[in-house]
Design a protein around this ligand. Structure first.
Ligand code: EPZ
Length: 415
């Protein structure tokens, strides 16, 4: 089992290039199933989740050619429409193949993702929405079986705001007969990136980025060449690393417009920010001020940055409160942060953090993707050596993280 060894308490100084967004690339790769033509994607991050999604499509007969961050996908010859449990259990976003398969081929057999560390993660909204398009959907032996001669445009309002739920339903609507309106739609930047990609295939979409998306179905979709947007969560994670170590970090090839709520909180913590079109420089002169956070759907504070701000608060000069409203079990990093000397109490879905002047390195264990990012940040701030175990969680969402951190002066090794 690979580990990361960090020798902490060093200022991070320098600049890093932000990779393409995992959470934009995954739905866009699944959407390539909607056309028989070549789809060429640029700025695709080299992550285990992306490799899993490509493997899933290849298992269906899709042709995939990878050249660094450029990937060419051709789904003209499909041999089957099955997403098997062996792959789906490792990457729950596999559910994003459900609607493209039904929309283009009339059937799909997609394994239920099963739970994950941060929560039950049900897909009832995906199933309910697909049924509203006229598909017959059953769940048997852990698989979602969906069939439809044709999908019919409809008006859907999801019971809660769901990012991949909105994405799945958008993809179904692009080839449905008639008009679809998705209300209570997610507004994340990844939704807008998927919509822009689908429109480059010839889809007729309006309202993406608002809570009501209108899609007029078309007969068929053609190929495209498209560049995936930068990863706002990787960007936010590196910004926190600059503040946590009281260094001076510049992130390049990012989109500052996707980070408004995160930048607000970083300023509140006392960071100095210089912001360009596709770059951000961050520094701080002294110990961060504690910032309280309540996670919510975009454009409010993202749940995927909750763990990273928790570790920042652990070394701030006061008490702060972090409330997690999206997932029911996204505090798995807390017992591990306590091993580094953090002082955190939990009351229901709120963590009460009392900042300490210095964390001390220790062996810790990753439990999920963003928790492992918080442990890396903790190790960078802590005095002495931190060994992080089970870093396969980290590799799901951060491309070459130790190489990027070393370029900022961190003493980090993959062992
Ligand atoms: C996406 O997950 C992201 N993943 C997550 O990022 C992110 O944390 C999450 O959105 C929230 O922003 C990808 O985009 C691949 P949801 P998703 O459906 O779509 C409940 C990361 O770290 N719900 O918006 O699975 C659900 O349980 C990952 O990169 C239902 O009850 O999240 C949750 O409480 C982690 N039924 C809430 O809605 C459903 O059918 C929001 O979940 C769907 C969701």
């Amino acid at each position: 089992m690979k580990k990361l060894k960090i020798n902490g308490n060093k200022k991070l100084i320098g600049e890093v290039r932000i990779s393409g967004s995992k959470n934009a690339a995954l739905p866009i790769i699944a959407a390539a199933l909607l056309t028989p033509d070549d789809v060429i994607l640029h700025n695709v991050p080299d992550l285990s989740d992306v490799r899993t999604m490509l493997k899933l499509l290849e298992g269906m007969g899709v042709k995939v050619v990878k050249d660094g961050a450029t990937i060419c996908i051709n789904a003209s010859q499909i041999t089957n429409t099955k997403a098997p449990y062996e792959l789906v259990k490792t990457m729950r976003a596999s559910i994003l193949t459900l609607c493209p398969l039904v929309a283009r081929f009339g059937h799909a057999e997609v394994s239920l993702p099963g739970g994950c560390a941060i929560g039950a993660r049900p897909v009832d909204q995906h199933i309910k929405g697909l049924q509203q398009f006229g598909a017959s959907v059953t769940v048997e032996k852990g698989y979602v079986n969906a069939n439809a001669i044709k999908l019919f445009g409809t008006t859907i309002s999801t019971d809660m705001i769901t990012v991949t739920g909105t994405e799945n339903l958008m993809m179904a609507a692009t080839l449905a007969d008639g008009i679809t309106v998705i209300n209570n739609a997610a507004r994340e930047p990844e939704i807008e990136d998927l919509a822009k990609f689908l429109k480059s295939l010839g889809a007729d979409i309006q309202g993406e980025g608002t809570s009501s998306i209108r899609i007029k179905g078309v007969k068929a979709l053609h190929g495209t060449e498209y560049t995936v947007q930068p990863d706002r969560i990787e960007a936010g994670t590196f910004l926190v690393s600059g503040v946590l170590t009281q260094g001076n970090v510049t992130i390049r090839k990012c989109n500052p417009n996707h980070l408004k709520s995160v930048l607000e909180k970083l300023s509140e913590a006392g960071a100095q920010l210089k912001i360009g079109d596709d770059w951000i420089n961050i520094s701080i002169q002294n110990r961060p001020t504690p910032v309280s956070i309540s996670t919510a759907p975009y454009p409010d504070f993202p749940t995927d940055m909750q763990a990273q701000f928790m570790i920042l608060n652990c070394i701030s000069d006061g008490t702060s409160y972090i409330t997690e409203n999206i997932f029911e079990n996204r505090f798995m990093h807390i017992p591990e942060l306590r091993r580094l000397g953090a002082n955190i109490q939990i009351e229901n879905n709120t963590a009460i953090i009392t900042g300490v002047p210095q964390l001390i390195g220790a062996p810790v264990m990753s439990t999920d993707l963003r928790a492992s990012a918080a442990l890396v940040l903790g190790g960078l701030a802590a005095e002495g050596e931190t060994i992080i175990d089970r870093i396969y969680h980290l590799d799901r969402g951060y491309e070459n993280i130790e190489i990027k951190l070393r370029s900022l002066g961190a003493d980090v090794l993959r062992i």
